[in-house]
Ligand binder design. Structure first.
Ligand code: PLP
Length: 432
């Protein structure tokens, strides 16, 4: 693959970089004193980012193998996305504009996102897609839950309040109340009840279990085409096709949560494309605005969207505001024009081959799995963070997925020498 120029070669030790003059110690103290302790942060302060790299005050340059859980697929501080953001900020078009009037940026973003996807839910017509914008990913997952429930109520005649949605064990769709209600994680839900009913959870990849879970009240299936937080698992081949068939037979909506695995991450623009399956609705977030603005969308067939959402039945003050749309339009352009899905497939293959070889020599590795630049290394001890901390000491940022798996998920722009860098660090921590 072509090499990418990195402008920042290093940061001089001692030179202040970043937004403020706070020392690292002051930053730790402020966050720990005034911020909720809802993340177990690694003890490092990042002052500057560019491309695949993160920079610290003391001159360290760290390769980012987490990419903000896929939000930074296009790399950090991408010049084209930053330029679009600056143009929006300087164009007297930066603040939120009330959703009761139109803006060209939202109009363009709706069109771009709707047309970027294949015709969803084609059995409802081929008049195109529509999108509904929100901010964080979990909000758009909830929008999709509303879509499935309303479809069940209106189209299938399920009594309101009785709709059921099939989900999968070890799913991750965010951490607000509706979504944690069907999480398998005790930590996410204990003490946060009452939780919301209406979900049936079955093992990921088990099509027979899905069949058994379908009742006259089932209105949809919510699936991650590949589980990210749940441990980086691909379903068995044919599983998504099987879900599609069941949805067609039983008149259910199939919703793909592509928030982490979409936008090129697994070597295709959308992960469901690996199985040539067309969902009825798709949820996207994270990388859709280049990691510069929190933007998420729920996209579905025009007929379904119009049937479900009317003025007042949904909304979001910031959802689809001009700055976010400017970032989103630029990010989609970058992902398409720089062929980041193809790049992810090519660089992912090279990296996975190297990791497979390291794993074969490692006493610590249980299994390597993944697609594109979404690679999980499951460790026998079940404690992946032990290895992630050692990787950070070697200037590589990675974290665990579901405790037992090291997640290797760098920006999709990485080049050959950066792939070698990752392999070199993994070799050092995994092969004694
Ligand atoms: C598959 C999936 N769905 C939903 C979410 C929630 O997104 P957000 O954290 O932006 O609310 C995530 C976040 O990691 C995710 O991976």
């Amino acid at each position: 693959m072509t090499t990418r120029e990195t402008k920042i070669e290093h940061i001089d030790a001692g030179k202040k970089v970043g937004f403020s003059n706070l020392s690292d110690q002051e930053i730790y103290n402020f966050e720990e004193t005034f911020g909720a302790h809802h993340y177990d942060r690694l003890h490092t302060v990042i002052r500057k980012t560019e491309g695949a790299w993160l920079y610290t005050q003391d001159g360290r340059k760290i390769l980012d193998c987490l990419a903000a859980y896929s939000a930074a697929n296009a790399g950090h501080h991408h010049p084209k996305i930053v330029a679009a953001a600056v143009e929006a900020l300087q164009g007297h078009y930066s603040s939120v504009i009330s959703n009761v009037v139109y803006t060209d940026l939202l109009a363009l973003f709706c069109k771009r996102v709707s047309e970027m996807l294949p015709q969803l839910a084609p059995r409802f017509g081929s008049g195109g897609n529509k999108m509904l914008p929100k901010n964080g990913g979990v909000e758009s997952v909830e929008t999709a839950i509303k879509l499935m429930r309303y479809f069940g109520f209106k189209q299938k005649g399920i009594p309101d309040g009785k709709q059921e949605i099939i989900v999968f064990n070890n799913n991750f769709h965010g951490r607000m109340i509706a979504v944690i209600s069907f999480s398998s994680s005790k930590l996410y839900k204990e003490g946060f009840g009452p939780l919301t009913p209406g979900y049936v959870s079955v093992p990921f990849g088990d099509i027979e279990a899905v069949k058994k879970a379908i009742t006259p009240n089932t209105c949809g299936i919510l699936v991650e085409p590949m589980q990210g937080e749940g441990g980086m698992y691909q379903p068995p081949a044919g599983f998504l096709k099987g879900l599609r068939e069941l949805c067609d037979q039983h008149e259910l909506l199939l919703v793909a949560d592509e928030i982490q695995v979409g936008m090129g991450r697994t070597g295709k623009m959308f992960c469901f494309q690996h199985e040539n399956v067309i969902p009825d609705a798709v949820v996207l977030g994270k990388a859709i605005a280049g990691g510069l603005a929190p933007v998420s969308v729920m996209v579905t067939n025009r007929e379904l969207m119009d049937m479900t959402f009317k003025p007042g039945s949904d909304g979001s003050t910031f959802g689809g505001y001009p700055f976010a749309c400017a970032c989103g339009l630029a990010a989609i352009d970058v992902i398409e024009k720089e062929k980041l899905p193809e790049r992810s497939a090519a660089m992912g293959k090279i990296l996975k081959d190297k990791i497979d070889k390291i794993a074969a020599r490692s006493p610590f590795v249980k299994e390597v799995r993944g697609k594109g630049l979404f690679i999980g290394i499951e460790v026998k001890s079940g404690d992946a963070m032990v290895f992630c901390r050692k990787l950070l000491d070697l200037d590589l940022l990675a974290n665990d997925s579901h405790h037992h798996t090291i997640r290797i998920s760098p920006p999709l722009i990485i080049n050959d020498s950066e792939v070698d860098y990752i392999a070199d660090r993994l070799e050092k921590v995994l092969v004694p």
